[in-house]
Each structure stands twice: as structure tokens, then as C-alpha cells.
Ligand binder design. Structure first.
Ligand code: THU
Length: 176
């Protein structure tokens, strides 16, 4: 490789910057949300208390409302072999898909308790749970509203695409 080729490869002076906008709603209290959404938050808080999280002591609850009107709750389940545990969101999503196959997910609320205190700031789903939420949106062609609860502030998005832009989905697996 001569010097001029290396220069071109290492200095991307022609790079284009692309800005991505995401939409996040912010609320100060659950009272600003619908009755259904408040109920979902209450369920997420309640189910967080039942999490099995003896290692991290970080108790997460996730509650889903399906299109068929059913609620499904889930909490994180840990294991002495750490990677074998699973997050609250995926417990709830997989349970919903198993108990109510074919019913799209309308919304999910997430709350967390750490050292016996409800978190002040909204709790965000991890990368793997975002991927599972994306699969649900794509599979059912139905956006999922995600409500991330915190005691002093709540954030909500109307699609996982706002939390997972530039996502990997099944379109990459189809032959062109
Ligand atoms: N956890 C969840 O259940 N959901 C999240 O969105 C973030 C993290 C769990 C996994 C683990 O049991 C504990 O919280 C600490 O990471």
C-alpha cells in the first residue's frame, strides 16, 4: 500500500453527518397519563417487588397490555450463573406471546426498585429487550408504546424505533 492510499483510508474528511431524531414524551406524574397507562405502571411496580434478583438487587417489573385487553406482567429472574438470568421485559414479552399467541402488544410499562426504593429516574430497557420489542412490532405490524417509569419523571415513546434507530431486523436476512 503506498502512502497516498493509506491517507485516503485513514482520514475520512468527506464524511457526511446524519442526524437522527427520536420522539420522547416526558411527564412529571402518572396523573398526566390515561387510566389504562396508570394501571399498567401500578402493575409494573407491583410485579417488580416479586423479581428474583438476589445478585444485583435491582428489581425490575414490566407490564404489558395486549390488543385483546389482557395484561401480562413479568419481572427479572437471575441465576448464580449470571448470564443465564433474564430481564423483566423479555419475561413479560415471551409469556404474552406464549399465552396469547397472535395478539399484538399495545403498550408496556417498566419500573425498577433498587435497595428497596423505587427509582427516581425512568428505567430504560436494555439492548436485548429493545430487540425483542422490535420483533414484536415487526411481527404484528403494530407499534408498541413504551412507558418508562421513574418516581420524579416518566418518559414514553410510541414505537421501539425511537429507542432503537438503525436496527437489525429480518429484512437483512432476505435474499435480494
Ligand atoms: N434488568 C431488567 O430486568 N430490565 C432492564 O431493562 C435492565 C436490567 C435486570 C437484569 C438484571 O437482573 C438486573 O436488572 C441488573 O442488570
Amino acid at each position: 500500500m503506498d502512502l497516498s492510499t493509506r491517507f485516503v483510508l485513514l482520514i475520512p474528511y468527506d464524511a457526511i453527518n446524519v442526524e437522527i431524531r427520536i420522539n420522547i414524551e416526558e411527564y412529571k406524574s402518572p396523573d398526566e397519563l390515561s387510566d389504562e397507562e396508570q394501571q399498567l405502571i401500578e402493575r409494573a411496580i407491583l410485579t417488580a417487588r416479586d423479581a428474583y434478583a438476589p445478585y444485583s438487587k435491582f428489581h425490575v417489573g414490566a407490564s404489558l397490555l395486549l390488543d385483546n385487553g389482557s395484561f401480562v406482567d413479568g419481572n427479572n429472574q437471575e441465576n448464580a450463573s449470571y448470564p443465564d438470568g433474564i430481564c423483566a421485559e423479555r419475561v413479560a414479552i415471551f409469556a404474552a406471546n406464549s399465552l396469547h399467541p397472535g395478539s399484538p402488544m399495545k403498550m408496556i410499562a417498566i419500573a425498577a426498585i433498587y435497595q428497596d426504593k423505587l427509582l427516581d429516574q425512568p428505567v430504560y430497557p436494555c439492548g436485548s429487550c429493545r430487540q425483542a420489542l422490535l420483533e414484536s412490532e415487526n411481527r404484528f405490524k403494530h407499534p408498541v408504546r413504551i412507558i418508562m417509569y421513574g418516581k420524579v419523571g416518566i418518559q414514553a415513546v410510541n414505537s421501539i424505533k425511537d429507542l432503537l434507530p438503525l436496527c437489525f431486523d429480518s429484512s437483512f436476512l432476505k435474499s435480494k
